[in-house]
Write a protein that binds this ligand. Structure first.
Ligand code: SF4
Length: 263
């Protein structure tokens, strides 16, 4: 069942209560590639851990796949750039966005990014075109960043944070922060509150990852929310819901921001 679906650079749509029918665009596709190698990544161990940008799949291929999906589904409410790694690594991200806009001018375009390339003016230019940018912020210091996100050589928390703040100051679209809470992430609530107040996101999405960590790469895990595994996985130590809720309650009180817990 998964095989056919996973030959396409466009996956879904997945029905979500927040956005309706949501379609994923994967500009990475062939090999899982990211500037992080997060301990909880649903893709499993990242095959190519790098912060060097390149074109992974042609814009033409993505647009062909997109048109094929549109033929099969009448309603697509939103598209999200995500998939087999960090989407801003794709040098043709902006071009793909433009081409999709020509076909579907009214469909909002979102991206989920780890923010490690926000120092690149071309990446900034590409992201400014999008309707919503969600940045990943799991750590509050270098040590946790290295332990949880396990970034590519030369990628630091300090630099990524500075770029995130700078991007936030110029981005006028919807801006969200996504954070993973897990027992190994000993975040300092005061420090996190301070940083969130600087970022002023429209929403902070809190996730408590529960899905086992795949020990090998399976493209079906782009956007797959089902716990069906016929390959080796290792269990994650998860944070109990009430503990996550306590943290969120304190963060809400400290920051006055809007939070949402996704389990
Ligand atoms: S940033 Fe996303 S794609 Fe990259 S390793 Fe982390 S969870 Fe996986």
């Amino acid at each position: 069942m998964f095989e056919e679906k996973n030959k396409s650079t466009v996956y879904g749509p997945v029905k979500s209560w927040r956005f309706g029918m949501s379609l994923g665009i994967d500009p990475i596709f062939e090999v899982s590639t990211c500037s992080f190698n997060c301990v909880y990544c649903q893709l499993g161990q990242i095959q190519d851990i790098t912060n060097t940008r390149k074109e992974f799949v042609s814009t033409e291929q993505v647009i062909t796949d997109y048109k094929a999906i549109l033929q099969a589904h009448d309603v697509i409410d939103v598209i999200t750039f995500s998939g087999s790694g960090e989407p801003t690594l794709a040098t043709n991200l902006g071009e793909i966005s433009d081409e999709i806009r020509k076909i579907s001018p009214d469909t909002p375009q979102f991206i989920l990014t780890n923010a490690t390339l926000l120092g690149d003016p071309t990446v900034i230019k590409d992201l400014l075109k999008l309707d919503k940018v969600t940045v990943k912020l799991d750590a509050t210091n270098e040590e946790l960043f290295q332990k949880i996100n396990r970034p590519a050589m030369g990628v630091s928390f300090k630099q990524t944070w500075e770029w995130m703040v700078k991007f936030r100051s110029i981005y006028t679209g919807e801006f969200e922060v996504q954070m993973m809470l897990m027992p190994m992430n000993k975040i300092e609530l005061g420090e996190l509150s301070h940083r969130l107040k600087i970022l002023r996101p429209d929403l902070v999405q809190i996730n408590t990852p529960k899905r086992p960590y795949p020990l090998s790469w399976h493209r079906e895990n782009r956007g797959n929310h089902e716990n069906i595994f016929d390959y080796k996985v290792s269990e994650l130590k998860t944070m109990p819901k009430d503990e996550a809720q306590n943290i969120v309650t304190q963060l809400e009180a400290n920051t006055g921001l809007k939070f949402q817990i996704f389990n």
